[in-house]
Ligand binder design. Sequence first.
Ligand SMILES: CC(C)(COP(=O)(O)OP(=O)(O)OC[C@H]1O[C@@H](n2cnc3c(N)ncnc32)[C@H](O)[C@@H]1OP(=O)(O)O)[C@@H](O)C(=O)NCCC(=O)NCCS
Length: 321
Amino acid sequence: MKKVSILGTGSYIPKRVLTNNDLQNFIETNDEWITTRTGIKERHIVENENTSDLAYHAALRAIEAAKINKDEIDMVIVATFSGDNAFPAVANVLQSRLGLREVMAFDINAACSGFVYALNVAEKALRNSKMNKALVIGAEVISKYVDWEDRNTCVLFGDGAGAVILGEGLGDIIDNNCYSRGDVNRYLHGSGTPLKSPENNVGNTVGNIEMNGREVFKFATRAVPSSVNIILEENNLTVDDISLFVFHQANLRIIEKATKDLNIPMEKLFVNIEKYGNTSAASVAIALDEAVRSGRVKRGDKIISVAFGAGFTWGAILIEY
Ligand SMILES: CC(C)(COP(=O)(O)OP(=O)(O)OC[C@H]1O[C@@H](n2cnc3c(N)ncnc32)[C@H](O)[C@@H]1OP(=O)(O)O)[C@@H](O)C(=O)NCCC(=O)NCCS
C-alpha cells in the first residue's frame, strides 16, 4: 500500500502582536485572568493580509521544506471557516497564486477540527488515486469573526496558517478518526448570515463568534481523551509508544486536563498556545511545523494530534513522522 508521509511543514503568523495587556485598551480584562483560565499570553492578528495571504506564505515554506517542485503537487485542501470570500475557495486562489498546475483545489470547513479532517481526506485521496502529492493547509483570519467588545470570546483567538506537503516518503499516516455532533452546535458558532429575498434585500453581515465556554470546555475535555483512546486501542498502542502529542491549542487547561486523564507525561506534550491563542484550523498545523522545526519530532517518531471545535466536531490522527 502507498505510504502517505509528511514531506515538509511550514507556517506563517501575521506580524501584529496583541498581548493580554493590549486587550485592556478595548475591554475590561487583565493578564492574570486570561493567563490562569487559558494559558494565552498573546495572539497575532492581521493588518492588511487575508486568509489566502497567510495560507500562501505557509505553503511556500512547506514546499521549500519538502524540497519538491511545486509542479509535483496534485491537490490542494485548505481547512478554514474564514476564507477571503464566500467563494471561490481559498485553495482555488492558492492554486493560481502558487503557480500550480490545474489541480483539484477545495476548502474544508470543520471549524477548529478542519486541519485534522483535511489530513484525513487528503490521506485517503492520495492512497487511493493516481495523485502523489497534496498540499494541506489550515489557515484562519478569525479576527474578522471576533466581537472585539465581547471579553468572553475575544481574548481566546488569533490569526495564522500552517501547511504540510503529503506524499510518499519515510513516514506514514497510520490512522485517523473524525466525528461530528450537530445537535449541540448552539454552544459555539459564528452567528448567521441573514437570508435575502427580492422583497428584503438587506446587506450581508459576517457573524460574530458566540460561545458557551463551560459547555465547550466540558465537551473538549471528553472528546480529546476519547478520540486518543480509540486511536491507541485500534492500533494496539499505548501512550508509551507515542513520542509527541500535538493537540489543538484552544486552552491550556483543556490540554492539561486531557493529558492528566490520559496519563501523558508533560514532556510528551507540544504547547505553543501562549504565543498564538486559538487559531482554529491553523492551530494543529502551526504546532506541527514548530514541533518539526524545533527538533521535537524525528523521523520514525509516532505523533498523535487531536482537534476539536464548533459543531461539535473532533478527530484524531496517528502519524509516523
Ligand atoms: C472561556 C473560559 C476560559 C471561561 O472560563 P471559566 O472558568 O468558565 O470562567 P469563570 O466562570 O471562572 O469566569 C466567568 C467570569 O469571568 C468573567 N470574564 C469572562 N471573560 C473575561 C475576561 N476576558 N477577563 C476578565 N473577566 C472575564 C465573566 O464575565 C464572568 O464574570 P461573572 O462571574 O461576574 O459573570 C472557559 O470556559 C473555556 O476555556 N472554555 C472553552 C473555550 C474554548 O476553548 N473555545 C474554543 C474551542 S475550539
